[in-house]
Ligand binder design. Structure first.
Ligand SMILES: Nc1ncnc2c1ncn2[C@@H]1O[C@H](COP(=O)(O)OP(=O)(O)OP(=O)(O)O)[C@@H](O)[C@H]1O
Length: 251
């Protein structure tokens, strides 16, 4: 569904990504993990066609992403940015309705259905500025779902969601992927949630340092290398182990 081949990308004159290659199969749920600034958002923006690589090719469903018109691309790819604007002067249902734009209003998923999937039926008439952080993310997510694209590119979709909505969102995406073959690529920081994805790419400073099934990839060694955690700091990755006494004493 998505094919990055030998991608290079620079910010102005600063080289950032070099020789990055990976593919994502149709219906797969892929997670991008790594520290702040690792390049997860950059990769999602490249996949969405919002940034252009300096070298290499990005293909979507077998065609170069650059060969799609804006509307064609929006039918194939829906992108949920990390930074969401709560100041837009719209109500929730109006925002979600905009997801139908690439289909001239005839999107595969109706606005109410998208609202229901995001658990926002009762907030349909609320102005965006009156939503909580998690509700705002779910409103934008509903717009993304309404778009009915084959490939969902979601930048930290779980951020700010309470546990119930994190679980529901993962189940929802899993169901959509299984039923319709929709491909999901998401960045995330929650290693517990990452366990429920099909495959993970571990990124650091624009480089792919590991890839694989979550339960095989997420070793303590990989986590320590990825996030520069020394042995003592790695307590954070040992659920149930508790805070080491030496650490607790220094707080
Ligand atoms: N427009 C820009 N110009 C210059 N540098 C940029 C620009 N956008 C991002 N960067 C830099 O590129 C690097 C990668 O940023 P990116 O947003 O892809 O990271 P990320 O892995 O998504 O991080 P986070 O977990 O904090 O969201 C960062 O060092 C960032 O400062």
């Amino acid at each position: 569904m998505l094919d990055f081949a030998d991608i290079a990308f620079d910010f102005s004159d600063t080289p950032f990504i070099a020789g990055l290659s990976f593919t994502v199969a149709q219906g797969e749920m892929l997670g991008l993990i790594g520290p702040n600034g690792a390049g997860k958002s950059t990769i999602l923006k490249l996949a969405a066609g919002l940034l252009k690589p300096r070298a290499g090719s990005i293909r979507l469903a077998g065609r170069p992403i650059s060969s799609y018109s804006g509307r064609q691309r929006a039918r194939r790819v829906a992108y949920l940015p990390q930074q969401l604007d709560a100041r837009l002067p719209f109500r929730v249902a109006e925002l979600v309705e905009m997801g139908g734009y690439p289909h001239l209003g005839k999107a595969p998923r109706e606005t109410f259905e998208a609202l229901r999937l995001a658990g926002l039926e009762t907030k349909a008439d609320a102005p965006l500025g009156q939503l909580s952080g998690g509700e705002l993310r779910r409103a934008y997510l509903a717009m993304t779902l309404r778009q009915g694209a084959d490939c969902l590119l979601l930048d930290e979709p779980l951020a700010g969601l309470d546990l119930k909505y994190q679980a529901e969102l993962l189940q929802l995406l899993r169901g959509i992927a299984a039923r319709t073959g929709t491909t999901v690529v998401m960045s995330l920081h929650d290693m517990g949630a990452a366990l429920w994805l099909d495959r993970l790419l571990a990124l650091k400073e624009g480089e792919l340092i590991g890839a694989g099934k979550p339960r095989e990839l997420l070793t303590e060694g990989l986590i320590r290398k990825l996030f520069d955690l020394d042995e003592e700091a790695a307590w954070i990755f040992r659920p149930g182990a508790g805070l080491p006494e030496t650490k607790a004493a220094t707080f």
